[in-house]
Design a protein around this ligand. Sequence first.
Ligand code: SAM
Length: 262
Amino acid sequence: MEQKGSPLGSTGQPQDTARAVQEMFARVAPRYDFLNHLLSARCDLWWRRAAARELREILERPDSIAADLCCGTGDLAFAFARYSRGIVVGADFCHPMLVVAGQKRSRLTSSVTGNTSEPTQGAARTRFIEADTLQLPFRDQSLDLVSAAFGFRNLASYEDGLREMSRVLRPGGAIAILEFSRVQWPVFGPLFRLYFHHVLPVIGTAVSGEGGPYQYLPNSVRNFPDQDALARALREHGFVKVRYRNFMGGIAALHVGFKAGP
Ligand SMILES: C[S@@+](CC[C@H](N)C(=O)[O-])C[C@H]1O[C@@H](n2cnc3c(N)ncnc32)[C@H](O)[C@@H]1O
């Protein structure tokens, strides 16, 4: 899969890219959720919930272990937890993003539903750890599901990312990548691109007070493989039954595949 320089648009070394990504998310962490929901008109929440529903069968297996990589503030991990009968680990290498995830977890686990003291939405099944997706602290073939939502695009190497995700999956385990992609609807596509490349960076910069990240977002999506190229890359890395589903014509796409095995 072709990777056009680093996701930050430089041709920097992988460690420079990783540091730049880490610092960028550390700066926006406190306002990340608010801006995500504002800029996507809350569609991001729907996309993550739909992704969790799509993976429900795996999550509902007793003792399933799922790892949401590049988990940020934890929204996909929490969406998984609604269905999980095992554990959901959220992993990210940006500490301030994990702090927000931890605060959210505390809020969710302390709210009580009705007369029961059941933690809402299964959030008690989530754990958060600081870890680099390119060097995961999981044993070979130990997980049933690995995922990344809007994080895979930021990796310094997509090839290394797929290799590492495959390493930790059991044979038959699932990989799920939710990412911005290419809008395929004819009229909506150009209008969305106008918004994404020209309006979103202005609003994102004004609200976050940070210039870089919301300019970086459309640039990184422009350089990211389209739906078919990402599906091809998954197959080239040994994943089978690869499929993808577009959200809103392809603003985002969910790719799912399975590690070949018995
Ligand atoms: C756009 S945010 C997505 C967060 C979350 N998954 C979501 O759906 O909102 C990207 C996240 O990927 C994380 N990230 C990028 N590269 C990473 C890496 N190599 N290892 C771990 N986390 C990484 C960043 O720290 C950031 O929290």
